[in-house]
Design a protein around this ligand. Structure first.
Ligand code: 5AD
Ligand code: FES
Length: 354
């Protein structure tokens, strides 16, 4: 590793700031040694903000119906090979019940953009969950909605929302998301923040057509938007999509970026994602050691697991929720961290919660 890279990493560590061209240089000069130094620095900052805790959130993939056309995604509407499913309200409640018994105090309700789940149905579901488990933190991840809908969900008890920006480059965004609007996605993110959600965004690493400059744009966007969470994972091809023959992203570049994100914004909640664990059997462990502090084990019923196939080679499709819960705890402890089953709020939110 050259002295320039070492100096850049130190500058990032000391000031949480790099200029665009410095970030570009850092990304273009990946080496194992640079990654190791970055990870050590990122780990220090993570310990400072969140200690050695890793927050677990139960992920419920409640529908794989989707009316969108994202070219990388296995559940895009044009894919007629995928067997579609939708959990009923009761089935979702049962999943949460099981999660609660396993110790989860926060759930993520994620789904394709399924027109069956109208705003009214989502509100009814949220009210039911909140009535049964007032102390549970609910995260929604159901795509682009109106300001009014986001506001209703928030008032019905959703406190967090995940909506990845996917890529901050408008041209690349357009090429990967036919019939979608980059501006509307950005509008959604701004609305969510204004309403008061803890907002998670994020991007895919190694998308076909993506270069280091695009990743710099992702980092600059995050620096200016200041989300509470950022989920990133490597691109993984899904054979029945238009990008099914393209090469996957890498665990190395993903963990490198996790470290850079941790240093750019020390208080971020950063998940070691399922796609990172899918591209590399030790990907999630590597993510944690590089600065990540959240893991989202799957709580969906075993019968539907393999149908939420955003990409090929997804892990945990044959494992019961209880198994994943144990498995992940072992992995976290082996990596030198401790499981925290609490709500896992962003630091700035803890004070405001009774
Ligand atoms: N590879 C990696 N990540 C993907 N996602 C969807 N399809 C893929 C894929 N083929 C990610 C998107 C989405 C999240 C739920 O999954 O970033 O926001
Ligand atoms: Fe699901 Fe390991 S986390 S089997």
């Amino acid at each position: 590793m050259g002295t320039e890279i070492r100096d850049l990493i130190e500058k990032l560590y000391q000031t949480s700031l790099l200029e665009e061209k410095e970030l570009l240089y850092l990304l273009q000069n990946y080496s194992k040694e640079a990654a190791l130094l970055l990870a050590q620095r990122a780990n220090e900052i993570r310990l400072k903000h969140y200690g050695d805790k890793v927050y677990l959130r139960g992920l419920i993939e409640f529908s794989n119906y989707c009316h969108r056309h994202c070219k990388y995604c296995g559940i895009r509407s044009e894919n007629d090979k995928v067997s579609r499913y939708r959990l009923s309200e009761d089935e979702i409640i049962n999943c949460i019940d099981m999660g609660y018994q396993l110790g989860y105090r926060t759930v993520v309700l994620q789904g394709g953009e399924d027109i069956y789940y109208t705003d009214d149905r989502i509100v009814a579901l949220l009210e039911r969950i909140k009535e049964k488990w007032p102390q549970i933190a609910i995260t929604l991840s159901i795509g682009e909605k109106s300001y009014a809908a986001y506001k209703r969900f928030f008032e019905a008890g959703a406190e967090r929302y995940l909506l990845r920006h996917e890529t901050a480059c408008e041209t690349l965004y357009k090429s990967l998301h036919p019939h979608m609007s980059y501006d509307n996605r950005m509008r959604c993110l701004r609305d969510l923040k204004e309403i008061g959600y803890q907002v998670g965004t994020g991007f895919i690493v190694g998308l076909p057509g993506q270069n280091a400059q695009h990743l710099v744009e992702d980092l600059m966007f995050i620096k200016s938007f200041k989300p509470h969470m950022v989920g990133i994972g490597p691109f993984m091809p899904q054979k029945d999509t238009p990008l099914g023959n393209m090469p996957a992203g890498t665990a190395d570049m993903t963990t490198y970026l996790i470290s850079i994100l941790r240093l750019l914004q020390g208080d971020l909640l950063l998940p070691a994602t399922t796609s990172l664990g899918s591209i590399d059997p030790l990907g999630r462990e590597k993510g944690l050691k590089a600065g990540a502090n959240v893991v989202m084990p799957n709580l969906s019923p075993i019968e539907v697991r393999d149908k939420y196939a955003l990409y090929d080679g997804k892990i945990c499709t044959g494992d019961e929720a209880a198994q994943c819960r144990k498995c992940i705890e072992k992995r976290i402890e082996k990596s030198g961290y401790k499981v925290d089953m609490g709500r896992g709020d962003h630091k700035n939110f803890i004070a405001s919660i009774k």
